[in-house]
Design a protein around this ligand. Structure first.
Ligand SMILES: NC(=O)c1ccc[n+]([C@@H]2O[C@H](COP(=O)([O-])OP(=O)(O)OC[C@H]3O[C@@H](n4cnc5c(N)ncnc54)[C@H](O)[C@@H]3O)[C@@H](O)[C@H]2O)c1
Ligand SMILES: [Zn+2]
Length: 390
């Protein structure tokens, strides 16, 4: 089944969890058939979780396909935006599942970006102590990052992603045709996270990401969908990116806080210390998260260079690939002082000490405790990055 599309099978060591990821174009029309396959039976009840924007574009087709496959389809739409990934939306979704007397043989289908995927996944993880769910990511970021790895959750007023659970989906369907309607900034944000994976991985993923970004113009992304070859390239690209994320996550399923090796899940925070600070000092209103990661990658590179960890050729290569992604929001007006202050409160500061993910080269991340890094170096690199953009 689905023999003609790209596939990835994930087996999680130490658990009986196993699921497949498929990527290709025009797959939503076959959502029902695929869902029946993943859930091990056609028919039954499903709750499609989405938002009005995504559902307005793709909901009808998805719903129709599920019905055709014999599913009894219910729909729950949340408001669009990160700020609605909160307790209130979560509690409403649980109430709806309860009112409809969903059982453990029923399932949740997340149709949307990472926000929808996280909240739908968390509701599925906690309702009746866990019902099955399917991820149907419709943003680039959700395809290559948030739909893989089993992290689900919501935000609290005191911080992002503070409540959640690890809950693996029963399957992930990536219909890259849905990316045709993605706004430019969301495209850029997704590709920045892709560059993060590429830089962490090095080798063929780095080369493939570099050549992919050389042919894809993110400012005219819709044009990609005029070429069947480029659509096929995107499907292949998202699957390889997801495979890299999966490889890291499988080796460190619950993010062991004591691990500091170069393949621990922590390395996925490359570029994220600066990114979180940039988002915070601009009250989460100025950057898309991935765009802030783009700046964060450049900063991690500069800091690694100033600590003599990385060679300048490799730093230039890193900067070149980040630039290929396209224009990032201007940072020249931001205040370096407040950015530095907010580093101290970064959530990834789990062991009480801030840990930076830096680079010894492309493909060689290294975790360095902040007390090993002179504050002056951090400040100088930040000033340089900000100055260079003004
Ligand atoms: N669980 C994880 O491991 C993990 C990893 C990374 C990020 N995340 C989470 O993911 C979230 C960010 O996800 P995101 O970047 O996908 O943002 P998002 O879900 O907010 O989607 C971005 C915007 O694009 C719209 N959209 C989605 N698909 C579309 C399409 N095909 N066409 C047109 N518009 C579309 C959405 O309505 C939204 O306005 C954050 O909450 C973050 O915490 C989770
Ligand atoms: Zn991120």
């Amino acid at each position: 089944m689905f023999d003609e599309v790209g596939k990835l099978e994930l087996k999680l060591p130490g658990t009986d969890s196993e699921y497949g990821i498929i990527a290709g174009s025009d797959l939503l029309a076959r959502l029902g058939e695929w869902a029946g396959h993943c859930l091990g039976r056609p028919g039954g009840r499903v709750m499609v979780v989405s938002n009005p924007r995504v559902f307005g574009l793709y909901g009808e087709g998805a719903e129709e396909s599920l019905r055709r496959a014999g599913f009894d389809v219910h729909v729950w739409l949340m408001r669009d935006g990160e700020r609605y990934k909160d307790l209130r939306s979560y509690s409403r979704l649980l109430s709806r599942l309860g009112e409809l007397t969903f059982t453990r043989t029923d399932a949740v289908v997340a149709l949307g970006g990472g926000v929808v995927g996280d909240i739908a996944g968390f509701a599925a993880a906690s309702f009746l102590r866990g019902i099955r769910f399917l991820q149907v990511p419709t943003t680039l970021l959700a395809m290559i990052d948030s739909s893989v790895g089993g992290k689900t959750g919501i935000n609290l007023e005191s911080g992002k992603n503070l409540v959640g659970a690890f809950h693996q989906p029963a399957g992930v369907l990536m219909d890259v045709s849905t990316l045709r309607t993605l706004p430019r900034r969301e495209v850029v944000a997704g590709y920045c996270e892709a560059v993060k994976h590429a830089v962490l991985s090095g080798g063929s993923l780095f080369e493939e990401t570099r050549s992919h970004l050389s042919v894809v113009d993110t400012s005219r992304f819709k044009r990609v969908f005029e070429s069947p070859d480029l659509i096929a390239d995107i499907a292949e690209f998202v699957l390889k990116q997801a495979a890299f994320k999966a490889s890291v996550v499988i080796g460190d399923q619950t993010e062991d806080v004591s691990r500091t090796d170069f393949r621990s899940r922590k390395v996925l925070n490359l570029g994220h210390t600066l990114a979180h600070s940039l988002e915070k000092v601009t009250a989460y209103r100025y950057f898309r998260h991935g765009e802030a990661v783009g700046w964060g990658l450049r900063f991690a590179g500069e800091l690694s260079k100033s600590l003599e960890l990385i060679h300048s050729d490799e730093l230039n290569l890193l900067n070149h690939v980040v630039q290929l992604v396209g224009e990032l929001p201007d940072i020249s007006k931001l205040d370096a002082e407040s950015i530095v202050r907010s580093f101290a409160s970064d959530k990834k500061n789990v062991t009480g000490k801030l840990q930076w993910v830096l680079l010894q080269g492309i493909g060689s991340p290294v975790i360095v405790a902040s007390d090993q890094i002179p504050e002056l170096s951090i400040r100088a690199c930040l000033d340089q990055l900000i100055k260079r953009t003004s």
